[in-house]
Design a protein around this ligand. Structure first.
Ligand SMILES: NC(=O)C1=CN([C@@H]2O[C@H](COP(=O)(O)OP(=O)(O)OC[C@H]3O[C@@H](n4cnc5c(N)ncnc54)[C@H](OP(=O)(O)O)[C@@H]3O)[C@@H](O)[C@H]2O)C=CC1
Ligand SMILES: CC(C)(CO)C(=O)C(=O)O
Length: 313
């Protein structure tokens, strides 16, 4: 099994910069490449980005520079950390970076980014991934995370030897660089479980204008969050994914252990007046609920409230 020596990160925001910081500490700037268009790359080069007090060890490349490098030696891993709305464009820009043996990882929330990537790069390359439990935040060129969380990883088809080998290569790398990961028995279940988490905590913190402490405390925000989370489990069952109240309890426990002062990505979007990923969260649950006859009133309220916040930017 060829060891992983180079990783290209596409999307250098809260999560991508956190991973660049973690990987850079272990692999150095010769192993970690942040790839973007010319304008973003110029910004990243102009001011060093600091992760938890240390300058990130990474090499900043434009898509053209990265493509030229990959033509000689493809990247071992390409990790996507853009928002869902930017994925299609970033995927096309990054296509030259992906070689026959490149592992493709998406840390995006929601249950669809891997499907999108697999249509472009194939399941032999694309792993299934859930990025969970972190409290990462980027403001300007400063990234902070009290907890870097865990990557849950798996393959689309567990009986496929090539996909399993890809997973083994990536987990050997993460072990070697001491980056926390798990390989759950059922990664699809984990992906949908994370949706329970995001539909709850991301939306509640945005709508009630609070950090994690606001939904840790008993009260309306917490109740609304739990109601929205339970609706995800009900919708998932209707579409054939066996989520139960135990899954709601599992993710509620994870939420209850998030840094009280941290903020979910969707509230970071609202504070920065960026378009949110509401369509991935209540947008998806409301649509599937309607298709399968499952009422989703808590998510209807969250959806309307977040759309109103976006409209007022
Ligand atoms: N933040 C978190 O703690 C977590 C986030 N997630 C998920 O991870 C994903 C990323 O979230 P997050 O890091 O918070 O998002 P951010 O908005 O902080 O970061 C996205 C980054 O992608 C950049 N970008 C956009 N388009 C391109 C492109 N075509 N090429 C290269 N870079 C591009 C943006 O640049 P610019 O700002 O210049 O537009 C930005 O730096 C989301 O799906 C989110 O739900 C999952 C778990 C935790
Ligand atoms: C809830 C959280 C922080 C979990 O890591 C997340 O996924 C997000 O902010 O989008």
């Amino acid at each position: 099994m060829k060891p992983i020596e180079t990783v290209a990160i596409v999307g250098f925001g809260s999560l991508g910069a956190m991973y660049a910081g973690c990987f850079g500490r272990a692999m150095g700037a010769e192993g970690v490449f942040v790839v973007a268009d010319e304008a973003r790359t110029a910004t990243y080069r102009a001011e060093p980005t600091v992760f938890n007090g240390e300058v990130i060890q990474a090499t900043y490349l434009t898509y053209d520079e990265a493509a030229a490098r990959a033509a000689e030696k493809p990247f071992d891993v390409v990790l996507f950390a853009v928002k869902y709305g930017a994925l299609a464009e970033a995927m096309e820009q990054s296509a030259p970076l992906v070689g026959p043996d490149t592992a493709v990882i998406s840390v995006l929330n929601g249950v669809t980014s891997e499907e999108v990537l697999s249509q472009r790069f194939g399941w032999d390359r694309v792993l299934l991934c859930v990025a969970q439990q972190m409290d990462s935040r980027k403001v300007g060129a400063t990234v902070t995370a009290g907890c870097v969380g865990v990557m849950a990883l798996g393959v689309h088809d567990v009986s496929d030897a090539a996909q399993q080998e890809n997973l083994a290569r990536v987990t050997a790398w993460l072990t070697a660089i001491d980056q926390p990961f798990i390989v759950p028995d059922d990664i699809q279940h984990q992906l949908w479980g994370k949706l329970i988490c995001n539909v709850g905590v991301n939306q509640a913190c945005a709508v009630y204008d609070c950090c994690f402490s606001g939904i840790h405390a008993p009260g309306e925000a917490r109740e609304a969050m739990i109601a929205a989370m339970s609706e995800v489990a009900a919708v998932a069952r209707a579409v054939g994914v066996g989520l139960t109240d135990d899954d709601v309890a599992y993710w509620l426990d994870i939420i209850d252990h998030l840094n009280p002062e941290g903020l979910p990505s969707l509230r970071q979007d609202v504070l920065a007046r960026r378009p949110t990923e509401v369509e991935l969260f209540s947008g998806t649950i409301n649509r599937l609920g309607r298709e399968h006859g499952v009422p989703t009133p808590a998510n209807e309220r969250f959806y309307a409230a977040i759309k109103a916040i976006e409209a007022a930017y």
